[in-house]
Design a protein around this ligand. Structure first.
Ligand code: ATP
Length: 941
């Protein structure tokens, strides 16, 4: 084959041996593809992406807009006013120059415009979510040009050598080249919930069904356990999941509880509007006993129906939530499920992992401890330069068999890679293991060298439940046997893990070049050392080994990892993140309790929790073992007082979330491993780690921390509160105006019986959508008030109208109505005295609009006066007020607009009267703030 000939992909890969598959795809398990092969194949096969077929089509999105009950009502109003216009036109009642069917056309135009706006907003929101999805897209470890590196999953090509480990989501279809304890959950593809154990060494008959092809892996499935090396055979739409064109990984855009409640509210309002229409028309006819009034009564009731419904509200809520997610992403919190934005404002308890979230996850080994030596290690970061010092004396570790063996274990019992890129040392993999590679490299132990001298032949991988890992290497060349006196078997198992657990499995101890039975006092000495290191906040690992005459069977970890020979302890410093202490303080002020849940030792956990202010010295600490002995009820009794859970396994997290929720808490819970997924799903806000988190945990989460940082959770809760406060603010603003309009229209037959309805449906729509809508949008971006994190969380599930909001709407609606009704009463009589007798209607219309401008300015803060606020902190409010006022004036003074909207020219004095009355609205709200301030000050003891 020429270098550019491309392999055929529609081969039955499961029938072939791995080497044959590698040959067909011109790949190599050690070196992978070369960069030029990758570019060639990318050109030929395209990106490894699924075409989105699951989402709604544009047509469906448009259609959905018109399913909104408010729009349906507007269409009905348009049709009825069409019939009324038709009657006017036939009876010749139209005024000269008046456009027939104007209201109908205008309302329909607004309905269509609203539909288009809704469509644009929704497709923008879908695009924004797609962009978020891109941010959350997995990275994949591959071998290319002989090097292990991480690439975006979309860059994979057939022939790539992909590395799998527990927690990753498989990003392409492939033939296994190597599998170690590899278990994969394929439910996304086969619906089968149980994990399948994979085997690289088989080749299977052609007719083997998809679920039984245990030598293949498929895109979209999840690695639950173990490790594997895979030859990529299918990417993008050529994968099994691509064939059934199912979309995975969608960032869900379900409506939030608030949106659902608002939907219900609009249904109630529309029903209310219909009842109102019936009452006005039927009641009016009965009261007047005059059928001739039917048309004018119907006109009044239509205006009222339009006035009562907040047409602009759903759009403003959608925009606010979308802007909220964007602000959060700028603060490194990626929202995967829209309801999370709202729930964040109600969080009362944040359960956080320690390593990486509260600490920096940049581990540096401080010292090593064998039974007879305890050297400290100098040096910084991941640079493999430093010395071993015993007191002030330099020490050569390789001259001490115990230390040499301990450092060998650090190197060999390790899955990470130490890299030197762009002049900087870095780690690919787990930072704990990285630190061990660095300390071993300081003594001259290089992992590459040792992995060829002592090839790994089996392993029992690390998991948070086991809290240890072992690798089994083959000493084929008799290297260790020649160099040391204590190894006389062909295989060697090296184990590392939580010190107490590893020590429990030891029966012997390495003392210099001898192996002796371990005595109880030696055990105690090791445990005491472990405790004193942990109590100073250090992370400590224990190491042991075992010579093996034979290769153990797969899955025999419990039996094999016994009778070990103790080597020593390694401690490392993982400094707390400096910004977390402040974040914890902010949590406390905001009525949110931070809780640490960690797999680490209780003393390490406690020391760090105290350092960060999460726990006090006498706070209760619970360990995984204690949790196991407790029932859910017993745990519920403790859960309010415990700030630190140590040595826990992921299944305990689920227990803790449930207990907290049973106590009425709203829980945010972090997690990174495969087995954290159930707890993340159970929590009110499941939070996955963007950097260290597994794909499985991200998939289960509501929110992803792009920087893995605890402070980001606190920032996101703050943004959640701001969003909720702003939504409440513009709901007050918009509904207050609706009540004002409604009462004004309702009062008109009484106040100006012969004058007709002051506002046409068209003018009301203009107010609801434009003159209320624009300032409401501006209020949606009001920055956080200073006290947003100084008050307790919002009560979850509280009505949006609670805490005085409903009362405010009614109160302000009445004040607005009283202002406009007084103006109406006066201006009606005044207008009859000369000039255009209809211009009182324009005065009422203008006053309602302008009063809302004052309202918009004053409502920016509930407690602080406008003069106390920084006018530039939300320039949009001022911008929208100016723009809306200009638009309103254009409706009066630009002739075509005037004709269309049915307004009349006002004189300068009349306009100033409108401004003057409107100003009273602003004065009233500011007065209310002053009144409440004085009232509460006087009530304070
Ligand atoms: P957190 O849950 O806060 O992230 P953690 O990293 O300590 O803390 P786990 O990853 O569950 O939690 O680790 C639990 C324990 O297992 C650790 O305290 C350590 O003793 C041990 N351990 C961690 N990483 C490894 C590893 N790579 N190999 C062997 N043992 C490990």
């Amino acid at each position: 084959m020429s270098a550019h000939a491309q392999p055929k992909l529609d081969t039955a890969w499961h029938t072939l041996e791995a080497p044959r598959s590698l040959e067909l795809l011109q790949s190599d398990p050690r070196a992978g593809l070369s960069q030029s092969q990758v570019s060639d194949r990318q050109t030929k096969y395209g990106l490894n992406e699924l075409e989105e077929t699951g989402g709604r089509s544009s047509f469906e999105i448009i259609l959905d807009q018109f399913k909104n009950i408010m729009l349906i009502m507007l269409i009905a109003v348009a049709l009825i006013s069409g019939v009324l216009s038709f009657l006017d036109w036939r009876s010749g009642a139209l005024e000269p120059g008046e456009i027939p069917f104007k209201d109908t056309i205008a309302i329909l135009a607004i309905v269509i415009l609203n539909g288009i706006l809704g469509y644009l907003q929704e497709s923008r929101a879908e695009k924004a979510l797609a962009a978020l999805k891109q941010l959350a897209a997995p990275r994949v470890r591959v071998v290319r040009d002989g090097k292990t590196l991480e690439v975006d999953s979309q860059d994979l090509v057939p022939g790539d050598v992909m590395l799998l480990e527990a927690g990753v989501q498989v990003s392409a279809d492939g033939r296994l080249v190597e599998a170690v304890n590899l278990q994969i959950r394929e439910s996304a593809l086969t619906g089968e919930a149980h994990a399948v154990t994979k085997n690289a060494n088989l080749h299977l008959p052609e007719e083997t069904s998809l679920g039984d092809r245990i030598n293949l892996v498929y895109q979209g499935t999840e690695v639950i356990q173990g490790r594997g090396t895979v030859l990529v055979t299918g990417t993008g739409m050529r994968t099994e999941i691509g064939k059934i064109a199912q979309m995975l990984q969608a960032v869900e855009s379900e409506p939030t509880p608030l949106q659902q409640r608002m939907d219900q509210l609009s249904k109630v309002l529309v029903a209310g509007a219909l009842i109102l229409v019936a009452i006005v028309v039927i009641g009016g006819l009965i009261a007047s006993r005059d059928l001739g009034r039917f048309q004018s009564l119907l006109e009044t009731s239509l205006s009222m129906a339009v006035a009562i419904v907040p047409e602009g509200l759903p759009a403003v809520i959608t925009v606010t939530l979308a802007l909220g997610t964007q602000r959060m992403v700028r603060r490194q919190a990626l929202i995967r499920k829209l309801p999370a934005v709202e729930t964040l404002g109600s969080v009362t308890t944040i359960c956080s992992d320690k390593t990486g979230t509260l600490t920096q996850n940049k581990m540096v080994v401080q010292s090593l401890h064998t039974i007879s030596l305890s050297p400290t290690v100098s040096g910084h970061g991941y640079s493999p330069e430093g010395e071993f010092l015993s007191g002030n004396t330099k020490l050569a570790p390789t001259e001490h068999p115990e230390l040499g063996a301990l450092l060998l274990a650090c190197t060999v019992c390790n899955d990470s890679i130490l890299q030197h890129d762009d002049g900087q040392w870095g780690i690919l993999g787990d930072p704990t293991e990285g630190a061990l590679l660095v300390v071993a490299a300081k003594a001259g132990f290089e992992r590459d060298q040792w992995s060829s001298k002592l090839p790994r032949v089996a392993e029992f991988p690390f998991s948070s439940e086991r809290k240890r890992m072992s690798v089994i290497v083959e000493d084929a060349a008799g290297l260790l046997q020649a160099e040391t006196d204590f190894l006389a078997t062909p295989y060697l198992m090296l184990t590392k893990g939580s010190p107490e657990l590893v020590l429990e499995r030891c029966s012997q101890i390495q003392i210099r070049d001898r192996v002796e039975s371990i005595t109880p006092s030696q055990r105690q000495q090791i445990l005491d050392r472990n405790n004193s290191l942990a109590a100073s906040g250090l992370r400590v690992l224990g190491f042991a080994y075992k010579p093996l005459p034979d290769l153990p069977a797969e899955g025999s970890d419990e039996a094999t990892e016994t009778e070990l020979v103790w080597l020593g302890l390694v401690d490392m410093l993982d400094a707390p993140r400096p910004e977390v202490r402040d974040a914890v303080e902010r949590c406390r002020k905001a009525g949110i309790r931070p809780v640490m849940i960690t797999g680490d030792h209780q003393l390490t956990a406690q020391a760090i929790a105290q350092n960060l202010g999460i726990a006090k010295p006498d706070d209760e600490v619970l360990t995984g073992r204690e949790l196991e002995r407790m029932s859910l009820q017993e745990l519920e009794e403790h859960v309010d007082h415990v700030s630190v859970y140590a040595r826990v396994a992921p299944e305990h997290k689920l227990q803790i979330v449930k207990a907290l929720q049973d106590r009425g808490k709203i829980v945010a819970m972090t997690g990174d491993g495969v087995n954290d997924a159930p707890a993340l799903k159970q929590a009110d806000i499941g939070i996955a780690m963007g950097i260290t988190g597994t794909d499985v945990s991200k998939e289960a989460s509501d929110m992803v921390l792009l920087d893995d940082n605890f402070s980001t959770i606190v920032a996101a809760t703050e943004e959640g509160r701001v969003v909720y406060t702003n939504i409440r603010r513009f709901i007050k603003y918009i509904l207050g105006s609706n009540v004002g309009e409604l009462l004004t229209i309702a009062a008109s037959p009484i106040v100006v019986a012969a004058g007709g309805v002051p506002l046409t449906p068209l003018q009301i729509l203009w107010m609801n959508l434009v003159t209320d809508g624009l300032p409401a949008l501006a209020l949606a971006v009001e920055p956080a008030e200073a006290n947003v994190m100084n008050r307790p969380p919002n009560h979850p599930g509280e009505s949006i109208f609670s805490r005085g909001l409903g009362l405010y709407i009614v109160r302000i609606g009445i004040v607005l109505a009283l202002l406009t009704i007084s103006l109406m009463a006066w201006s009606y009589d005044y207008a009859q005295q000369g000039g255009n007798p209809e211009r009182w209607k324009t005065m009422v219309f203008t006053t309602l609009c302008l009063a809302q401008m004052g309202h918009a300015i004053a409502i920016r803060s509930n407690t602080r006066l406008t003069i106390e606020l920084n006018p530039f902190s939300n320039p949009y409010v001022w911008g929208s007020v100016i723009l809306t006022t200009v638009l309103q004036l254009m409706l009066i003074y630009v002739a075509p607009l005037r004709n269309f909207f049915g307004t009349h020219v006002l004189s300068f004095t009349e306009l100033m009267i409108c401004f003057g009355v409107s100003l009273l609205m602003f004065v009233w709200i500011e007065g209310e703030k002053l009144f409440f301030r004085l009232y509460f000050r006087n009530r304070k003891p």
